[in-house]
Design a protein around this ligand. Structure first.
Ligand SMILES: [Zn+2]
Length: 178
């Protein structure tokens, strides 16, 4: 049996009307309950949890301020994003590879609408592709530290971590001071 579509579901019960007669002497209104983190809603199986994935050490490293990805011990290839097996030779037991903290802005754009769940309040914000010296891949990341109009391709950016707000840590790039 299929579950009902959203339109067929019962509407959420609304708070009961507050008759004016109750206005005097009523207990103070409680703050609304905290909203669940939309990040949590996006991650049904949090990749930070070692019970869910073998790339959990990537997130542990972020908390320690280290930026790492996986490297194949057989062919030396460095992967992005971190992998549990080499996508070329299928070797498992990958080792961790330290990534450079500085990069250059290869391309960028500004998100002005239609932001992903949980990021609506940050609009407008800048996202970009960052090129890392010595690595043969580019990273997609939030870019902070300068508005869209002040950024240029080739700008130097520096890696940093930030708290997501629900106990987790993620990374982004900040434009280096010219
Ligand atoms: Zn390999």
């Amino acid at each position: 049996m299929s579950s009902p579509s959203p339109a067929q579901r019962e509407p959420a019960p609304e708070a009961p009307a507050r008759p004016e007669a109750l206005a005097a002497g009523e207990p103070p209104r409680r703050d609304p309950p905290p909203r669940p983190s939309p990040w949590t809603l996006l991650d049904f199986y949090p990749p930070e949890d070692p019970r869910q994935t073998r790339i959990a050490p990537f997130f542990d490293a972020l908390k320690e301020g280290r930026f790492v990805t996986t490297e194949c011990p057989r062919d030396g290839r460095v992967h992005w994003p971190p992998a549990v097996a080499c996508p070329v030779c299928h070797q498992e037991g990958l080792r961790w590879h330290e990534l450079p903290r500085r990069g250059t802005l290869y391309a960028f754009s500004e998100v002005r609408g239609g932001a992903p769940l949980g990021m609506e309040e940050g609009v407008p914000f800048v996202v970009g592709m960052v090129e890392l010296p010595g690595e043969d891949f580019r990273l997609f990341s939030r870019i902070v530290g300068a508005p869209f109009a002040a950024l240029h391709i080739g700008d130097e950016v520096r890696w940093e971590t930030y708290p997501v707000g629900d106990g987790r840590t993620f990374y982004r790039y900040r434009r280096a001071t010219p």
